[in-house]
Design a protein around this ligand. Structure first.
Ligand SMILES: Nc1ncnc2c1ncn2[C@@H]1O[C@H](COP(=O)(O)OP(=O)(O)OP(=O)(O)O)[C@@H](O)[C@H]1O
Length: 296
């Protein structure tokens, strides 16, 4: 495996708050990584550190084998599309898109033109007149057409409607299969992007709680539903990720079940339901689905 990003003990403290806490990760080349976590978990801070926009308090970072801070050679290979990106307000969209290739050597103009048409971006409109979704679309166009070997999208969808979000996912996947590169996508809309992700990193209160292949993660938990006594008997000493119940019924999420265990559960009259990536993240970061959706 070739890692394009390597960190060791990476930590960022803001006074008494530790936003990124002892993070040791490797991002493999040419994969789509999901960086998931609740509000304030440390996602933006981690991406800012990896793109040389923040200084580490402690620990090491290597991006393409080098420290990214003020390193033009590294940063020309990196693109960071963030929700809060500010562009000069009096620029028209075409000016912003015209400037982007200067910073992004892999820029594909034909692809950019196609994306502008897809997202119906008004090229001659000033940035300050754009709607929230149109502003996000500008970032999406720069992030995709820039084709940086390492591209970070930090919640790029703010204000984008469902059609535009789907367009983003479709174009990302199509272009990624023709031009493989390393992508990190930070999002709350986990169910929407779950199928895109090849590797999943979950951060909670600055610490990495999951760093795993998406396929392994998808099969790593199951919800067992049935009469409380039957469920409890089946679950026994297994690791429980979440538990809910009404009256005599229980619904318990457990880590990995073997084929034999699945057969035993069915024979005991229990129902087994797959756990979505979003449900798993919700369980692992200790919140309820509703709370998580509210934070999205
Ligand atoms: N410049 C700063 N000074 C002080 N605290 C900060 C600063 N930047 C971030 N933080 C704090 O660090 C923590 C992590 O913030 P960060 O923006 O990385 O979270 P996030 O996971 O991106 O959240 P969200 O999903 O809400 O965007 C938060 O508690 C935040 O308030």
């Amino acid at each position: 495996m070739t890692a394009v990003v390597r960190t060791r003990g990476l930590t960022r403290e803001y006074k008494e708050l530790t936003a990124v806490d002892d993070v040791t990760i490797e991002l493999e080349e040419n994969r789509i990584h999901g960086l998931l976590g609740r509000n304030g978990a440390g996602k933006t801070t981690l991406m800012s550190l990896l793109t040389g926009q923040e200084f580490a308090t402690r620990g090491e970072i290597q991006v393409f084998g080098q420290d990214p801070v003020e390193n033009a050679a590294v940063l020309s290979q990196v693109s960071f599309i963030r929700e809060s990106q500010r562009y000069p307000e009096d620029f028209q969209v075409r000016h912003v898109l015209g400037t982007a290739p200067r910073f992004l050597p892999h820029w594909d103009q034909a692809f950019a033109d196609r994306l502008v048409a897809d997202f119906r971006l008004p090229l001659k409109r000033r940035i300050k007149k754009l709607s929230r979704g149109q502003l996000s679309a500008v970032g999406v166009v720069i992030g995709l057409a820039g084709r940086a070997p390492l591209t970070f999208f930090d919640e790029p969808y703010l204000g984008l409607d469902a059609v535009a979000r789907q367009l983003f996912y479709d174009r990302l996947l199509e272009d990624y299969s023709e031009n493989p590169r390393t992508i990190v996508l930070s999002t709350h809309l986990i169910d929407e992007v779950a199928q895109l992700l090849e590797h999943v990193i979950v951060i909670d209160e600055g610490r990495i709680v999951v760093d795993e292949e998406a396929d392994a993660l998808r099969g790593s938990a199951t919800t067992v539903v049935g009469r409380r006594a039957d469920v409890d008997a089946f679950v026994g000493a297994r690791e429980v990720l979440g538990r809910e119940g009404i009256g005599g019924l229980a619904s318990v999420t457990v880590a990995g079940l073997s084929p034999d265990e699945r057969r035993a559960a069915t024979a005991a009259g229990l129902e087994l339901a797959p756990v979505s990536l979003q449900q798993l993240v919700v369980r692992l970061t200790g919140t309820t689905d509703t709370e998580f959706e509210k934070s999205a």
